[in-house]
Write a new protein. Structure first.
Length: 324
């Protein structure tokens, strides 16, 4: 373990604090800055594979094991005292943050497509983002109702939208839906749902309530999520889609977990070779030949693209969309 490795890891936590947690979760900003400045704790984290050192995973792991700390001193004590348990936990878990509010940033684009839709989500986790027709939306007072009413507990996702956003007159019609994930989350398994809840940041109680409401919607009629790898298994799943619906392959904040750019490029080529619309909601720098939007990349935002062409800047948690 060298100085460069520690500095690189410290930098990742500093960037998380500055560009992701700041203004959204004061506690996570405090904890991430604390980790970045603590060499002993950083040495503990370097015992993990690089993909398991990420802030979201470590912060959620401590909260899953110990609860929400009241600040940096308690967090550090918990992590150091239970480091063996934490390492064991994060080696078997993934940051499967299933953020159903992202549907609010996807809906304007989905609604422009010929209806009905056949949806495939890669990196689907529990499949909560496969249910955009079962949620309601509020865009600065402009409301879009669910097209498939479930019950009175159907969540409403609030999303700020700029004047260029084509707000739909109604929700989308979905004829078929399926997900693909390395380790699908069963919404009827409370331990797996508890892990999803641990991935929700503190200081965001409404986000947790919305996740719980979306889980209840999914439990009424769970979307099928197949175990599989996006690098190999999308064509076989796409072959199951009905021919009389617009096939859409989509994903949000997934490609960062495919570290080799060659695999990401191969995935892009595969999806572009299908008779499908490809919607990606990702960090704009993840492709070797990345799309170039007409505006500078705002840090902490995801770039929404259709078939590789930039469409909008989206908040990663679904609270705003800014069409280009």
């Amino acid at each position: 373990m060298g100085v460069d490795e520690l500095q690189e890891l410290a930098g990742s936590y500093s960037r998380f604090a500055e560009y992701e947690a700041r203004g959204r979760s004061p506690l996570y900003e405090e904890l991430a800055r604390g980790v970045a400045g603590d060499r002993d704790l950083l040495r503990v984290l370097t015992e993990l594979p690089e993909t398991k050192q990420q802030p979201n995973l470590i912060l959620a792991g401590v909260r899953y094991l110990c609860g929400t700390p009241d600040g940096w001193p308690q967090f550090r004590t918990w992590l150091m005292d239970r480091q063996d348990e934490l390492i064991e936990l994060v080696l078997t878990r993934r940051t499967q943050t299933n953020e159903p509010a992202r549907c609010a940033t996807l809906l304007p684009l989905l609604a422009t497509l010929p209806q009905p839709l056949a949806l495939i989500e890669v990196g689907a986790s529990a499949g909560l983002c496969l249910l955009p027709d079962r949620y309601a939306y509020d865009y600065d007072g402009y409301r879009v109702e669910a097209t498939q009413f479930v019950d009175a507990l159907t969540p409403t996702f609030s999303c700020r939208a700029n004047s260029s956003t084509p707000l739909p007159e109604r929700g989308v019609d979905i004829a078929w839906r399926a997900g693909l994930d390395l380790a699908p989350v069963d919404v009827h398994d409370q331990d797996q749902v508890d892990w999803l809840e641990a991935l929700v940041w503190p200081d965001e109680g409404e986000r947790l309530a919305q996740l719980r409401a979306a889980v209840q919607v999914a439990r009424a009629d769970p979307p099928p999520v197949t175990p599989g790898d996006l690098r190999y298994d999308v064509p076989a799943l796409a072959a199951q889609a009905p021919r009389d619906a617009t096939l859409v392959v989509f994903h949000s904040a997934v490609l960062a977990y495919v570290p080799d750019h060659r695999d990401r490029t191969a995935f892009a080529d595969t999806v572009m070779g299908l008779d499908a619309v490809w919607i990606a909601n990702e960090d704009s720098g993840l492709f070797e030949h990345k799309p170039e939007p007409r505006e500078p990349w705002p840090r902490g935002r995801l770039l929404l693209t259709r078939d590789g062409q930039p469409v909008a800047w989206n908040d990663g948690h679904g609270t705003s969309t800014e069409w280009l």
